[in-house]
Design a binder for this molecule. Structure first.
Ligand code: PHE
Length: 343
């Protein structure tokens, strides 16, 4: 090993000395000291050695690491100085009065921005982020969610079927059952993702949109827990204290099921055109997980209870940024998308 270190030192120093450009130095740095670099690999071998040997070789290897990064830096500075000098002296290629080259900086999609914000809030409360397939099995999208074959509730979600019998998921709720099967109870997850429905498109309907599913299961979870988590989430998203109310709502996989309304932030609840003069805007469906769904996930409903919600990420992004036509979100029109960039 000590011999290996010595050889590595000699060849490395020699290569650094002979390097002709700053790019070459960068390449060498990655090759030697990068994550999969030669020296790094060598350091990894140390853990299999006896303690005395490890100590001695460790010191040698670390000294070499310092020596190499120092000479790489010195050589890099030297070469970059040469680069600048060369371009300055070559007057035909350097006209300081010309405008510089503009580099386009990318920006995040508004839905991504909102998704990240919500992920931050939930991970702060100890939730895990999980994922599920966009081409989903019928079982997870429907049966396991207490929507049997031929049940009229299937008509609520116009589905794209695939030739092999699976489908494009119509909501993120299949992730509930997948997560229960994988992790069991207690469980705290969110599952953001793309969903598809066979909709005719208009300003508020798209065939492709984003939802964020949430689920919490433990002993003695009640509607009070649901209300608390929802209030906390919404006051963080909208940056103010929010009032919410629950109305009964039907979804086969929750019982009781609710529609959660938020007091209108335009008029503060007094009534205005945005909230159709009711003082409330419908925001998200939620409810207590149906015992059949817990069973499908392998969890005993006698022992555990839970709540679930389905947040329309696309809708929330539209509300937050005042976007009034859903179609622009999938249009790929940069003039639109760039306005929301976080740089
Ligand atoms: N999956 C439902 C939908 O897309 C929403 C929902 C999720 C309702 C979780 C209740 C609980 O319509």
């Amino acid at each position: 090993m000590i011999e290996k270190i010595r050889i590595l030192r000699e060849t490395a120093l020699c290569k650094i000395k002979e390097a002709a450009g700053s790019a070459e130095i960068e390449e060498l740095r990655v090759k030697l000291l990068g994550k999969k670099g030669e020296l790094t690999e060598m350091l990894k071998e140390l853990k299999n050695m006896a303690i005395d040997e490890r100590k001695l070789l460790g010191q040698e290897a670390n000294a070499l690491k310092n020596e190499l990064s120092e000479s790489l830096e010195i050589k890099f500075k030297e070469l970059s100085a040469n680069d600048v000098e060369r371009s300055l002296s070559n007057s035909s290629s350097f006209d300081i009065s010309l405008p510089g080259t503009q580099f386009k900086v990318g920006s995040l999609h508004p839905v991504t921005i909102v998704q990240k914000e919500i992920e931050r809030i939930f991970t702060g409360m100890g939730f895990n982020i999980v994922d599920g397939p966009e081409a989903e099995e019928e079982f997870y999208n429907f049966e396991a969610l207490n929507i049997p074959k031929h049940h009229p509730a299937r008509d609520m979600q116009d589905t794209y079927w695939l030739e092999n019998g699976s489908l494009l998921r119509t909501h993120t709720s299949p992730c509930q059952v997948r997560a229960m099967q994988k992790y069991g109870a207690p469980l705290k997850i969110i599952a953001p993702g793309r969903c598809f429905r066979n909709e005719s498109t208009d300003a508020s309907h798209e065939n492709t949109f984003f939802q964020l599913e949430g689920m919490m299961i433990d002993k003695n979870i009640s509607i009070a827990n649901l209300i608390y988590v929802m209030k906390l989430l919404l006051s963080e998203v909208f940056n103010r204290d929010v009032e919410i109310r629950l109305r009964p709502g039907f979804f086969p996989f929750v019982e009781p099921g609710f529609e959660l309304d938020l007091n209108c932030m335009i008029c503060g609840g007094k009534g205005c055109p945005t909230c159709k003069h009711s003082g409330w805007v419908e925001l998200l469906p939620c409810g207590m997980v149906h015992p059949n769904v817990l069973r499908a996930g392998g969890i005993d409903p006698e022992e555990y209870t839970g709540f679930a919600f389905g947040l329309g990420l696309t809708r929330l992004a539209m509300m937050k940024y005042g976007i009034n036509d859903i179609r622009v979100l999938n249009s790929g029109d940069l003039r639109m998308m760039e306005q929301f960039s976080i740089r």
